[in-house]
Design a protein around this ligand. Structure first.
Ligand code: PLP
Length: 364
């Protein structure tokens, strides 16, 4: 079997969840497990995060899978229902919905189901993606309070700049001013960056995603800066070794040319496995090293252009590494954030993009 594998650590998930609870001791934790648990496998992560107070997903199918697997916590559809039928099914499974638009309120008013639902009313406080503008929020709230199909209303918004220097202050002020007139209802505000940086926004619920997986939401930092443990290890093996003489090159486009005798390990992992083809594209021709990569437990660099199924590691200083040597693409030796950084993206994208052809194994 091809040696590539993603290994998911249950104890790392538990550690990261405990860290969220330590940072936000007064809040319930809605673990965000959308996008197949950020690429880790929905059920794998739900098991490791079973001490969470709720799970947030996008697809009704994911919500049903969690219920049918026996999870009794709150389950929230982050984009709400897409039809009356979906709303009906969600209600029958006791699944909560975000309400972010007038058509979603109308669906709730028209629906005829036996048990009323918990809804999370989303405010657009400045992100301009989903939700009611502050001026329309209170009216949406009144309609939902008058709706017999609604059991409870949680007030919710999402911050656009919790991870950078702009911060959350402007959006938080808009949110607080808008909801100050509403009867006291539970509030849900904080994603991972907000949890790590803004204790004043730790309200009734927090909604961590990326930090639970042991990747940092804040560019320029890595998970270990926050004592988070990487949950996924993407590993493979060296399947061939080539020795380049000065002037010879390796891979498509001859992107890397050796200026001295260079030992190159061919790794069974490429962009069709989810490894970013962009690593190193931003570096100059003189400095052609790509991302950090660990071979036999030693840190080295990728070389040249990532192929569909293979990439290249510099083994010049790891002479003992041969065919069969273990490789870590990311995990505890090489942080996914560091690889993302040289690929011009974020850990979120790399984790979510691990391809279906990569087998996932769960360990304690
Ligand atoms: C994805 C998402 C989150 C989690 O964000 P992270 O940055 O991964 O912590 C929280 N809230 C909403 C509404 C989301 O869509």
């Amino acid at each position: 079997m091809r040696p590539i594998q993603a290994t998911i650590s249950q104890s790392a998930l538990q550690h990261n969840l405990a860290l969220v609870k330590k940072r936000a001791p007064g809040s319930k934790v809605m673990a965000v497990v959308k996008a197949n648990g950020y690429g880790h496998g929905l059920m794998n992560v739900a098991r490791g995060l079973s001490a969470a107070d709720g799970f947030a997903v996008l697809g009704l199918n994911e919500a049903i899978d969690l219920r049918e697997a026996g999870f009794e916590q709150t389950i929230l559809l982050l984009e709400g229902a897409f039809s009356v039928l979906e709303l009906d099914v969600a209600a029958s499974y006791g699944v909560d919905v975000v309400v972010h638009s007038i058509p979603q309120i109308e669906m709730l008013e028209l629906a005829k189901f036996s048990r009323p639902m918990n809804v999370h009313l989303k405010m657009n406080s400045g992100m301009n993606r989903l939700g009611f503008k502050p001026a329309d929020y209170s009216q949406a709230y009144q309609r939902l309070s008058a709706c017999k199909n609604v059991q409870s209303i949680t007030l919710m918004t999402h911050f656009a700049t919790a991870d950078d220097e702009t911060g959350i202050t402007a959006q938080l002020n808009i949110f607080q001013t808008t909801v100050s007139g509403l009867i006291k209802q539970p509030v849900s505000l904080a994603n991972s960056a907000t949890i790590l940086r803004y204790p004043q926004a730790h309200t009734d619920w927090v909604r961590p995603g990326i930090m639970l997986y042991g990747s940092s939401p804040i560019t320029g930092t890595t998970a270990t800066d926050f004592d988070l443990k990487p949950v996924m290890t993407l590993s493979s093996e060296i399947i061939s070794v080539q020795t380049l003489q000065a002037g010879e090159s390796v891979g498509y486009g001859k992107l890397f040319t050796a200026n001295k005798t260079t030992r190159v390990g061919i790794v069974a992992c490429g962009y069709a496995d989810g490894y970013p083809r962009h690593v190193g594209q931003y570096l100059s021709h003189e400095n052609q090293h790509g991302a950090k990569i660990a071979v036999n437990g030693k840190i080295t660099q990728t070389l040249g252009r990532v192929s569909m199924d293979m990439l290249f590691a510099d083994l010049t200083d790891i002479p003992e590494a041969n065919i069969g040597a273990p490789v870590e693409l990311w995990g505890s030796q090489v942080s996914v954030d560091a690889v993302a950084n040289v690929a011009g993206t974020v850990g979120y994208e790399l984790l979510c993009a691990v391809a279906p052809r990569v087998p996932i194994k769960t360990v304690d």
